[in-house]
Design a protein around this ligand. Structure first.
Ligand code: BDR
Ligand code: CA
Length: 325
């Protein structure tokens, strides 16, 4: 079993990162690995999302090998949403999910065991309220774990997730953001679970742009893995940058890690979020009761703005520190 380190006050915070890489996912979990004083990464769990489960797992292993961090266990989870077919996003991330830079095929393999079972094991065998899940993909693995172990939700410290949208509108449909759109039934389970949730929606991440200047700064660190990320993130921004006519593409998923490291660079509001599952036009919409109109219970700490300069500097600083070599 993987035992979390004993903690002083709230640090290091022990986390499981549930992911479907695409480069912004990889930047997120490598940033966490570059922050050992604050974060202890217990495991990475993969899920079908941006690309197939096979490719999200290969990309996770490739990213870990790039920085020599193959001691971090990787577990494969669900290859499709709870009730629906998987909708991937190759048009954004390329066929492999990691277009833009050729990384060698990984030598390491995922460990045996189904990710939702491993999440249950890790959370139930460690102290209550000692583990946070960073969810940067469709929420299938987490919902499956919650369905199988009803005590899980109350035992988690927090779920910090990238997903959803309020006034920004969706990036898959007018109403829905990708991670929620793909598996809305899973998202509904998670938002109704009672676990404290911090949600980082498009309203926030569409201000977290990979601009030319920031990518050049990242590249200027001058190490092989930062050179690889320069190219991966350059490809990764094209689709949204062109569609939205922005100065750069949004770097979504590292906001979850940045929030754990420096919550003060974000603005937040406590709200109720309800997930729409039943009507095709609003499938996967995160309906935010911003003004408390419905008197529904507060279930979410929603981040709606960030200091984008401080954010990107933090990404560069901690991503640079991910490499052991
Ligand atoms: C989310 O979808 C994925 O493409 C990104 O990795 C991020 O998790 C943004 O909508
Ligand atoms: Ca993702």
């Amino acid at each position: 079993m993987i035992k979390a380190k004993p903690r002083t006050k709230d640090m290091p915070r022990s986390i499981i990162i549930d992911t479907d890489p695409s480069p912004d996912d990889a930047a997120a979990f490598l940033m966490a690995l570059g922050s050992p004083d604050e974060l202890e990464v217990l495991a990475l769990t993969t899920v079908g999302g941006n690309v197939s489960l096979k490719n999200t797992t290969i990309n996770t292993l490739k990213a870990l090998e790039l920085v020599g961090r193959t001691e971090i266990p990787v577990y494969m989870g669900a290859d499709r949403p709870i009730k629906r077919d998987l909708i991937t996003a190759e048009e954004v991330h390329g066929n492999t999910g990691f277009e833009g830079y050729d990384l060698p095929e990984p030598k390491a393999k995922a460990k045996s065991g189904f990710a939702p079972d491993k999440i249950i094991e890790l959370v139930m065998e460690n102290e209550p309220n000692s583990i946070t899940i960073c969810a940067i993909a469709p929420l299938t693995n987490i919902a499956l774990a919650m369905q199988k172990e009803p005590k899980l939700a109350k035992r988690l410290q927090e779920i910090v997730l990238m997903g959803g949208a309020r006034s920004e509108g969706g990036n898959v449909t007018p109403a829905a953001e990708y991670n929620i759109y793909v598996d809305p039934e899973a998202a509904e389970i998670v938002f109704n679970s009672g676990t404290p949730i911090t949600m980082i929606p498009l309203d926030c991440t569409h201000k977290a742009l990979s601009t030319d200047a920031r990518l050049e700064k990242l590249r200027a660190v001058g190490t092989p893995h930062m050179e690889a990320f320069y190219h991966l993130l350059k490809f990764n921004r094209i689709f949204d940058q062109e569609k939205m006519n922005l100065d750069g593409g949004p770097l979504h998923d590292p906001t979850t890690i940045a929030y754990l490291l420096k919550p003060e660079i974000f603005k937040s509001k406590k709200v109720n979020v309800t997930i729409s599952t039943d009507y095709e036009l609003t499938r996967g919409m995160s309906v935010v009761d911003w003004w408390g109109k419905m008197n529904l219970p507060i279930n979410t700490n929603m981040l709606y703005d960030l200091d984008s300069e401080a954010y990107y500097d933090l990404v560069i600083e901690r991503l640079a520190l991910a490499s052991k070599t």
